[in-house]
Write a protein that binds this ligand. Structure first.
Ligand SMILES: Cc1ncc(COP(=O)(O)O)c(C=O)c1O
Length: 372
């Protein structure tokens, strides 16, 4: 690979590592989103608990001046996990703190992915896994979801795990963007079947399905299982960047070795304490999104619009007009959606995040007037 890389970029600057020169950066259309109805990034559409706003108002200048302290945050997460159905007994050393799950993905790939090794995953899935594997020079084997309902390709994954023992298996559960769900016992069975593979399950949207492995995982029996959780989406802290990796203490230790000592900032820590202390706020938001999702599916059925809805706070819609036209027309109405153009299996559709029922009523009214 390095033979083909020039020592300089076309602009005359020093070239990066060969793997980086070949990388296509993961970019997301993030500009100009303020004051819009943002149904494009699966964020919380109403904002975090009032306790978070209060914690931020109370944030002192002293706290700004000193490096962050993480005392008690791992314990607060563990307590919150027990409150939400996970079995007690996990230790703080089994929790890694990251600058969002994005940073956790990056760190896992840095810690575990060597050039030439394989990342096994699914397609289409969350877009940041591939560039993180690519920057390590890894080979990516992405197995397609199956059929019109985008079923999890369990047999093909089992076969790929047995055949070549990939270094890593990354499963997004439920999958973004297809919503595909894999029961927790099947995730654990995959990990148990392949002790030489680190099996990472990205549970960013599990609050909408309840399919988490955490209530039943035994990290002593399956030390190769690692779970991602984030406060970005359900708790509404996407802008502050805080996420967690939970697993065997040795794995958490290895993944944490490749991060800086103060990567998670103090504001995010203060907000995380407040968000974790107000689970009832998150529960109420999730319940409203699930109601809004049912309402939206019913409206799509009534209007005879092709769509696909499974787990998660999002669904896919195949418009009659082109996605580009729909995207532009909705944007002019102040509503953002995410085109899935170029994604395997789902090219030609768009993903719409689910907000509250009134937000989805606004979306449906605008959408049906644009694409009747
Ligand atoms: C499946 C999945 N994993 C991880 C992330 C990133 O999460 P965070 O905001 O915690 O970095 C996203 C964000 O869209 C996602 O959809």
């Amino acid at each position: 690979m390095s033979d083909t890389i020039q020592p300089f970029t076309p602009g005359g600057a020093p070239a990066a590592r060969a793997a980086v020169e070949q990388l296509k950066a993961y970019s997301a259309p993030l500009e100009g989103r303020r004051h819009m109805l943002r149904l494009d990034f699966n964020e919380n559409t109403i904002g975090p608990s009032p306790l978070v706003a209060q914690a931020l108002r109370n944030f002192s200048t002293e706290e700004i001046a000193v490096y962050p302290e993480y005392d008690g945050l791992r314990e607060a997460l563990l307590q919150n996990l027990v409150e939400t159905g996970c079995r007690p007994g996990l230790k703080p050393a089994q929790v890694g703190l990251f600058n969002g799950v994005d940073a956790a993905i990056h760190a896992v790939l840095q810690a575990y992915g060597d050039a030439g090794e394989t990342l096994l995953t699914t397609a289409p899935t969350f877009g940041y896994y591939s560039p993180c594997a690519g920057m390590q020079g890894m080979t990516i084997k992405a197995i397609s979801y199956e059929g019109e309902t985008f079923d999890f390709p369990l047999a093909a994954i089992q076969e790929a795990l047995a055949a070549r023992t990939p270094r890593l298996l990354l499963i997004c559960n439920p999958n973004n963007p297809t919503g595909t769900r894999l029961p927790a016992d099947q995730v654990i069975a995959l990990a148990a079947s392949a002790p030489g593979t680190l099996v990472v399950v990205d549970e960013l949207y599990e609050a909408f399905t309840g399919d988490s492995v955490l209530p039943s995982a035994d990290f002593t029996a399956t030390p190769n299982l690692l779970v991602f959780r984030s406060l970005a989406k359900t708790a509404g802290l996407a802008g502050l960047r805080i996420g967690f990796a939970i697993g065997h203490a040795d794995v958490v230790d290895r993944v944490s070795r490749v991060t800086g000592p103060y990567d998670v900032n103090s504001v995010a820590v203060a907000a995380a304490f407040a968000a974790l202390a107000d689970q009832s706020y998150v529960d109420a938001y999730v319940a409203e999104v699930l109601r809004a999702r049912d309402w939206t599916v019913e409206a799509l059925l009534q209007a005879d619009v092709r769509h696909h809805c499974d787990g998660g706070n999002y669904l896919l819609i195949w418009p009659r007009r082109s996605v580009e036209e729909i995207d532009a027309a909705l944007r002019s109405e102040g509503i953002l959606i995410r085109s899935m153009a170029g994604k395997p299996l789902i090219d030609g559709c768009f993903r719409v995040s689910i907000g509250t029922t009134s937000q989805m009523q606004r979306f449906m009214e605008a959408y049906l007037s644009i694409d009747p």
